[in-house]
Write a protein that binds this ligand. Structure first.
Ligand SMILES: [Zn+2]
Length: 143
């Protein structure tokens, strides 16, 4: 499932969706310095990661979906696990517990969600061509 050539490989490894060799982001660690900065183009095949002005606006929709999934995961985690008896959760009685848990988890996961939503968004539009994908020159690239 996560072998090279699948969309999921490119998404979860933050790789160029065209060749799956070059990295989308300047830093491997999303929490590190420049963890959210993207390369202008693929270092291996030259695929443009900018594509067009405002391209990543659409990634906000993906981010929204991921955020909803995160809140659902927090709800399931609070409801199904005992948490060593520290948190006894009932949705209607402890909505503040749910809100704070969700908010803290969201803030901690934000850099990961940001990168994941951009990876998913660009993978939806770029077709995999293999590591031998021809290097694009600036003449082939729409500006
Ligand atoms: Zn590439």
């Amino acid at each position: 499932m996560l072998s090279k050539g699948s969309k999921l490989y490119a998404i979860f490894n933050a790789r160029c969706p065209r060749c799956q060799e070059g990295s989308l982001f300047k830093n491997k660690n999303p929490y590190g310095a420049a963890g959210m900065k993207m390369h202008e183009e693929c270092s291996h095949c030259g695929e443009s990661f900018k594509r067009e002005p405002g391209f990543y606006f659409g990634a906000a929709y993906v981010s929204y979906g991921l955020t909803v999934a995160l809140w659902v995961a927090v709800f399931v985690a609070l409801t199904c696990f005992d948490w060593w008896g520290l948190i006894t959760f009932s949705f209607f009685e402890d909505s503040l517990t749910f809100f704070l848990s969700g908010l803290i988890t969201l803030v901690l996961a934000l850099p990961v969600l940001y990168r994941l939503s951009r990876s998913i968004w660009i993978a939806m539009f770029v077709k995999y061509e293999g590591p031998e994908a021809e290097k694009k020159t600036s003449l082939q690239r729409p500006e």
